[in-house]
Design a protein. Sequence first.
Length: 327
Amino acid sequence: MPDILVYALHYEGAINKNSLGAVSEGARLASELGSECHAIVVGGDDLTDDLASSIGAYGATKVYRANAPEGLAQPVVDAMAKVIADDGHGYALFGGGLLGFEVGAGLAARLGAGVAMEVTAVRAEGGKLVAERPILGDSAISEINFRSDVGIIIGRLNAFESKESDGAAATVQDVEVELSPHAQQATMVQRGEQRGADVDIEGADVLVAGGRGLGKAEGFELVEELAKAFGGNSAVAATRAVVDAGWYPYAAQIGQTGKTVAPKLYLAAGISGAIQHKVGMQSSENIVAINKDANAPIFEFSDLGIVGDLNKIVPKLTEAIKAKKGG
């Protein structure tokens, strides 16, 4: 059965969370296929034996270590292409993130391989892997089967949960990679993993969440003021669409590819309520929605729905809560 190779991104002495999720998923799938899950890491002196072998705790039985620039796509493509050619892996699996998309796409082009992006689930069927990805605005699921010798699977951010296994430390195998000329043209200038300041939304009693209906990043000032008016243990949350647009930090994202919350009050401003968002907040004790579209799906599971212009309603609500608390 074909082995699975997972790219493990690392930064400042730690393996990326989404990469560990991909390793866990790869280990699960390899077990169903009767094969093995391997990982590959690239880097320099910072890539120690302990860091590389630690990936074994998430199910990888072998870790390939290549001396190449980390954080750049093309050197990783060179390294993965060599390992796959030498050892005959049948699948390459990536956790979510921009670098994973770039490496996965480059590897697919290099190998002439089929690729599935934004994957949210994978299963083994008939000795092969079948990937699932949402389509048509996340309203339907497409199933992808691979006809190429190698299948490239790139997960959506946070699609795969990292789980430590009972496995021992993985065997580390050094790989000599001859970088292609174009892989040596880019130089890392600055690197960072955190997308905005951390936001604690999972423990909040009151969450004020903003969606695309806010219109622009500055629209979050409205929901921030409202959350501040509630006071106490309140916080601001966001949908995937606005996080992807760069309007708000990923740490505040709720939904299938974000966090799951269950506050006492969930107030949604300008959120349509697609199923991928619903699964992350449907356990909230009380759900209040403000949306100008009377047919927005979120009204179907809200305790209170307000149809109107949030730019007028939210400020008045903020004033009312301040007046009430002041009294």
